[in-house]
Design a protein around this ligand. Structure first.
Ligand code: DGT
Length: 229
């Protein structure tokens, strides 16, 4: 996936628009999205982290916690709120020419919601409502990105990282859940079998220790920043 020329072309298109060059950072739970984003400082890019703290406190309710405690009961509610908060991230305006987002409405729909539905955790009716909202959003709001950086990992690797990080809501998440999410990321970003592949994807092998990923992360960052300067 060498991307120089295509990025150049995208940048050419992009120069005619007011919209910032928009990058979605995607990948499994624990793949290193936060670490990758930490290499960009706010003067060179608008970096929008996933609003996990909002999901943990909706008027005192921890939706992320209840999702994992009883996904059949709370999965729909959680995804409904994720979709709203993600839409808000997409619509956040910036004067900067580069905007990076941790995940997107697209991964929420194509990976997380898809997984809940395939595992029969949400019903067909719940899926339909979330999907109608997703389609409505795509029609009426600009939620397109210019580039996806996919931090590709083995499920076993992120499972170990997730255990080590010990986020309290995630302590019962099994390896099989990460395997399912991995397959859905691959279907979406690599195979393009079920849904059409997004415009431009840079795939980063993110299996090494996050401390050792530094060089690779800086290389991808430089690629993006240089294309825009
Ligand atoms: P990082 O920096 O790559 O280690 O990323 P994380 O693990 O901090 O962030 P992420 O987005 O992979 O996961 C945050 C938590 O929220 C995790 O328990 C999975 C969950 N999550 C995120 N987005 C969704 C979603 O759309 N639906 C569901 N069911 N869970 C989600």
């Amino acid at each position: 996936h060498s991307s120089g020329s295509v990025l150049g072309k995208l940048h050419g298109d992009h120069a005619c628009r007011k919209k910032p060059f928009t990058v979605f950072v995607e990948g499994n739970i624990g793949c290193g999205k936060t670490t990758f984003l930490s290499y960009f400082n706010q003067s060179e890019a608008q970096v929008i982290a996933e609003p996990i703290e909002l999901w943990r406190n909706v008027n005192g309710h921890n939706l992320l916690g209840t999702l994992y405690e009883d996904p059949k009961r709370w999965g729909f509610l959680f995804q409904s709120y994720v979709q709203l908060t993600m839409l808000d991230m997409h619509l956040t305006q910036t004067q900067r020419s580069l905007k990076l987002m941790e995940r997107s409405v697209h991964s929420a729909r194509h990976c997380f919601v898809e997984n809940l539905h395939r595992s029969k955790i949400i019903t067909d009716a719940e899926m339909s409502v979330l999907d109608h909202w997703y389609k409505w959003i795509k029609t009426h709001a600009d939620v397109e990105g210019d580039l996806i950086v996919y931090l590709q990992t083995k499920p076993e690797v992120v499972y170990e990282r997730m255990r080590a990080r010990n986020r309290k809501e995630e302590n019962c998440v099994p390896l099989s859940y990460l395997q399912q999410l991995h397959e859905l990321h691959e279907e979406w970003l690599i195979q393009g079998s079920r849904i059409s592949k997004p415009t431009q994807v840079i795939v980063v092998d993110a299996n090494r220790d996050l401390d050792h990923m530094k060089g690779e992360f800086i290389r991808v960052k430089t690629l993006i920043v240089n294309e825009l300067s």
